[in-house]
Design a protein around this ligand. Structure first.
Ligand code: SAH
Length: 213
């Protein structure tokens, strides 16, 4: 593997590209510049880690596209100062690592044990000690750690009401909602018992599934 393809300079090109595509928040751009995305994919794919595309991570799952990771992180930061963030769908661990740069603590859940073990190893190697992981069906959230300032759902489907109930007052949920064959990224803001819904554009995520593997 040529070192040039995974260098900090290569990562800065990705940051500039995301800025050109409309990501404005300097905290988000700094977080993308900080996290070595090549460490979140198989070595055979590391030369492609700083392209703005989703990549396979095994078990039929994908690491999200950097633009979408940036967009979701920006959607959180423009609404709250996130102390506690819950993620549904650890996958490679990349989105959690980006969130860990801008939040005090990240709680991330994954239903496929094999993916979670690999992600945990990466968090350990990169010294990301503010990420807590759990091998559970994330459709139930993480009631023991609720409420959360932000909940980020990184698989597409019908977002369960259990998650909205675990939002702090003023908190936001960002995630893809399934509408027939299409997915729409939404942000839902809680004010007391009111939930305000905004649409942030079309996205493509792997599906939310039930149960553990
Ligand atoms: N955030 C990840 C994206 C991974 S793809 C990253 O940055 O790499 C989405 C992940 O959600 C997959 O790993 C999939 O197994 C997981 N997933 C799907 N349904 C889930 C559920 N009910 N609970 C927890 N994880 C789930």
């Amino acid at each position: 593997m040529g070192i040039g393809m995974t260098s900090a300079a290569t990562r800065q090109r990705l940051v500039r590209r995301l800025a050109d595509e409309g990501i404005r928040d300097p905290r988000v751009l700094a977080a993308i510049g900080e996290v070595p995305r090549h460490r979140f994919v198989d070595e055979a794919l590391s030369s492609r880690a700083y392209e703005d595309s989703a990549l396979p991570i095994g078990r039929g799952q994908t690491i999200s596209q950097p633009f979408v990771v940036a967009l979701m992180t920006e959607a959180v930061l423009s609404a709250v100062r996130p102390s506690r963030v819950l993620e549904i769908g650890t996958g490679s661990g990349y989105q959690a690592a980006v969130l860990a740069q801008v939040a005090d603590r990240v709680f991330t859940t994954e239903r496929i044990g094999e993916l979670l073990r690999t992600a945990r190893q990466r968090f350990h190697e990169l010294g990301l000690h503010n990420i807590l992981t759990r091998h559970v069906d994330g459709l139930a959230g993480w009631p023991g750690q609720a409420p959360f300032d932000a909940i980020v759902v990184t698989a597409g489907g019908e977002i369960p009401s259990a998650l909205f109930a675990q939002l702090a007052d003023g908190g936001v949920l960002v995630g893809p909602e399934q509408h027939g064959a299409h997915q729409e990224l939404i942000r839902v803001t809680r004010s007391g018992d009111d939930f305000e819904r905004e649409q942030l554009g079309a996205v493509t995520f792997v599906p939310l599934r039930q149960g553990l593997e």
